[in-house]
Design a protein around this ligand. Structure first.
Ligand code: G6Q
Length: 528
């Protein structure tokens, strides 16, 4: 339903227009903090007390969730309804990490059993690579693993591998190649020992231009290095839903790990797309990563609104986006290992909720997904925090850290955490008086604090799932379809028109005047 037609939305509009409370005043009340802090197991403390909300605001946001049927919508996703209606698909990344064995049927097929079967094949393969039971063409153990994939087939495993490096086998070097810019593959190949390199071609469709170009070039390189076309058999693995295309590329069924159309690319790290992570961590720790996500699946489904972290995250985002005019959302992990987290979330969130047509096919009349961005603290403090503190934009920010670090430099960690805590306090309170107006900090800048006990595989699984479900709840309330991505099609199609024009010497087709001139310029310089 159109959320603006709900009573809650209209009440929130009235409420926001008269809202003039400052966090300085709101945060004098310790009861507020206990009411707006959620402690989840020994996993995480989530503090949402530093937000421009009152009990009334939260009550109205809860009402908005009730009126739009958000909790029922979540159940519909979990039970396999085809909520990705524009592609006619169920959305079941949650089934990939669900340990239950009762059948969950989609089109008469038990997706839990499918997922579990393929997961155990992946576990056996990953553990065999780690133990040296799977070896290369010349009998050597693998020590370089190269994931070739892009978008959803790159960002998740890459981010998670970086985040969990301390838990990985350090004798294995895991590389990620994604860009069709040859520089990416070129720089990677320079580091490899061909006899000891395993290539993982990660592509749901197995047709993506970038991935196929890189996979073909990698294969040619390997054959040239090892001097035997038969060598590719042991050195190539496919992670894909398209068994036919994989076979046509020449990868064996034994080296093919599948997933299904009910796994969206940007939600696929839990499937065979997680193979590089699984090889790096081993199956036990990968399972713990899945278990952490499943813990959040249950939490999101069961916890009441005020105790439900992803629902609160989503509701606060809607409050700022639709009622207080925020157009972006910053994600600031005080954790160097999470240095790819914002990049990952940009895809998860912006590709899901960057939509302007609602579920009835109408242009929306309200704002949907914000721009998501961020960098690890403390680096960001020396760069863009100026704008968050003193600029004219309202930028709600997520501060993420762990109490216990994954490295032995504890004195560093105390410094890191002191910055982490001080920044959210400074943003909230500001400094109302100063010798010059330039040194005044207005404060009242909202933040959420996510404080993990430690960034373990379990915790990372939970962290990702929190954001996945935040995205679900926002997309649901906004009445859009989060699980398609038609917006990436047009540019791809047009690149296929431009490519032959760049490579050939025939006439340049019909383009806008700017693009036609640019094509002519490139051709002129390249072809003399
Ligand atoms: C993700 C998108 C997109 C996709 C890539 C790679 O949700 O669909 O980022 O993951 O375009 O697609 P393939 O895995 O099919 O190569």
């Amino acid at each position: 339903m159109n959320p603006t037609k709900t009573r809650a939305w209209q009440a929130l509009e009235a409420h926001s227009s008269s809202f003039n409370l400052h966090l300085r005043d709101l945060l004098t009340d310790p009861a507020r903090v206990s009411a707006q802090t959620i402690r989840l197991d020994d996993l995480l403390l989530f503090d949402y007390s530093k937000h421009r909300v009152t009990e009334e605001t939260l009550g109205l946001l809860e009402q908005l969730f009730v009126e739009t049927g958000a909790a029922e919508g979540f159940q519909a996703m979990l039970r396999g309804d085809k909520i990705n209606a524009t592609e006619g698909r169920a959305v079941l990344h949650t089934a990939l990490r669900d340990p239950r064995t009762e059948p969950l049927l989609v089109d008469g097929v038990d997706v839990r059993a499918l997922a579990s079967g393929e997961r155990h094949r992946m576990y056996a393969f990953a553990d065999a690579v780690r133990a040296g039971r799977k070896r290369g063409h010349t009998g050597l153990r693998f020590n370089h693993i190269v994931n070739i994939g892009i978008g959803g087939s790159d960002l998740g495993p890459r981010m998670a591998y970086e985040a969990l490096k301390p838990f990985s086998d350090r004798d294995l070097q895991i590389h990620f190649v994604s860009n069709v810019d040859g520089a990416d593959l070129h720089e990677c190949l320079r580091q490899l020992d061909p006899e000891r390199t395993l290539f993982l071609v990660a592509s749901k469709t197995f047709t993506t231009q970038e991935t196929m170009a890189n996979a073909e070039a990698a294969r040619a390189w390997l054959i040239q290095q090892l001097g035997d076309p038969a060598c590719t058999e042991k050195h190539f693995v496919a992670l894909s839903t398209n068994a036919e295309k994989v076979a046509a590329f020449g990868i064996t069924p034994e080296h093919t790990f599948g997933f299904w159309d009910w796994v969206g690319g940007r939600y696929s790290v839990w499937s065979a797309i997680g193979m590089p992570l699984c090889i790096a961590l081993g199956s036990e720790q990968f399972q713990s990563f899945l278990d952490g996500a499943h813990r959040i699946d249950r939490h999101a489904a069961e916890a009441p609104f005020r105790q439900n972290i992803p629902q609160i995250m989503a509701a606060l985002g809607i409050w700022y986006r639709n009622f207080l005019g925020a157009s972006s959302h910053a994600v600031l992990p005080y954790d160097q290992y999470l240095h790819r987290f914002a990049a990952y979330l940009q895809q998860a969130d912006m590709e899901s909720n960057g939509k302007s047509v609602d579920r009835d096919g109408n242009r929306v009349t309200y704002a949907t997904g914000p721009v998501v961005w961020g960098e690890p603290g403390t680096n960001g403090q020396h760069a863009f925090y100026q704008l968050i503190h003193q600029g004219t934009e309202l930028i709600p920010s997520d501060f993420i850290a762990s109490v216990h670090p994954q490295h032995p430099l504890h004195a560093h960690h105390a410094k890191l955490l002191s910055n982490f805590l001080a920044q959210t306090e400074a943003l909230a309170l500001g400094r109302p008086t100063a010798p010059t107006p330039y040194k005044v900090f207005e404060g009242n800048k909202p933040t959420s604090t996510f404080l993990f006990d430690a960034l373990t595989p379990y915790a990372l699984g939970a962290l990702i799932a929190l954001y996945e479900h935040k995205i679900f709840f926002q997309g649901h309330v906004w009445n859009i379809y989060p699980y398609d991505q038609w917006g990436v099609e047009l540019g791809k199609e047009m690149a296929n028109i431009v490519l032959p024009e760049l490579e050939g010497d025939g006439p340049i087709g019909t383009h806008d005047a700017s693009t036609a001139a640019l094509i002519a310029h490139v051709r002129g310089l390249q072809q003399g």
